[in-house]
Design a protein around this ligand. Structure first.
Ligand SMILES: C[S@@+](CC[C@H](N)C(=O)[O-])C[C@H]1O[C@@H](n2cnc3c(N)ncnc32)[C@H](O)[C@@H]1O
Length: 248
């Protein structure tokens, strides 16, 4: 008898477990969840509160607005989740390292993370250190809680799991996979409001199509994301400089 591989797992600690699976329950991620290609466990942090009011937060030491998630309550919640040592322990946080496709790819290749969702003004620093939580940000803006950020991270990972996307190539040619933004896409009709599909894409010449797409990707990246372009420039000679069809 052959044993089934353990599916990729996401364990989420949240004050709002009812938010899950939410958007992760539909489309690609939802089908994969129903099909057992990954598993999701949303655990209620409040279940680890010990006082009769089941409180999870308190006022910030030193004063200031808002409330802070208590270290003792969250530590109990993390310990109760029984996370194997090889699983990453993440805390969604605007102070964290910005999430990248490279990190998503690495997370998708592993056993799947524990993800702590913050609320209020933040989380007591001592539990972040004591439970070695790695802070991860999904962008330079502030959400009201970590749940939507956790869903974004999980969705990005799940679509890379084997068997989730119809055609694996769709994960290897898209934005960020080669340090570039994706080239423009077109489909029928052949002409839309007087705009034809670029001639080269219907030429049937695969080499020319590939060269056109690369040039478009490079031009888009240089125009829109100089940070990515500079990084790419450090890796290989640049200078195709073909103008893309969407930016001047
Ligand atoms: C209102 S925010 C707290 C913001 C905090 N006072 C600060 O200035 O850094 C509440 C929670 O939302 C989540 N969150 C907000 N913005 C985020 C982002 N850009 N990336 C990841 N998580 C975020 C975090 O879990 C955070 O603890």
């Amino acid at each position: 008898m052959t044993s089934q591989p353990t599916p990729w797992r996401a364990t989420v600690l949240t004050l709002f477990p009812d938010m899950f699976p939410g958007p992760l329950g539909v489309s690609l991620a939802g089908k994969a969840l129903a099909g057992g290609l990954w598993t999701l466990e949303a655990r209620d942090i409040r279940a680890s509160a010990t006082d009769k009011h089941r409180s999870v937060d308190d006022t910030p030491a030193g004063g200031g607005p808002g409330m802070v998630l208590r270290a003792d309550v969250l530590a109990v919640a993390i310990d109760a989740a029984g996370i194997a040592p090889e699983r990453p322990r993440l805390l969604m946080s605007p102070r964290g390292r910005p999430l990248t496709q490279a990190q998503v790819t690495a997370l998708a290749a592993g056993p799947g993370p524990l993800i702590v969702c913050g609320r209020f003004e933040g989380i007591d620093q001592r539990v972040i250190e004591a439970r070695a939580l790695e802070e991860v940000s999904i962008g330079d803006y502030v959400l009201s809680g970590g749940e939507i950020a956790a869903m974004a991270l999980i969705d990005a990972c799940v679509r890379l799991l084997p068997g989730v996307m119809g055609k694996q190539a769709s994960g290897t040619e898209e934005s960020f996979s080669e340090g570039l933004l994706e080239y423009p896409q077109y489909t029928r009709p052949q002409e839309f409001e007087g705009r034809p599909i670029p001639e080269i894409l219907i030429s049937g010449d695969h080499a020319k199509v590939a060269a056109w797409r690369l040039a478009q990707s490079e031009a888009l990246t240089a125009a829109r994301r100089p940070d990515l372009w500079t990084r790419k420039a450090g890796q290989k000679p640049l200078g195709r400089g073909t103008k893309n069809t969407t930016d001047g």
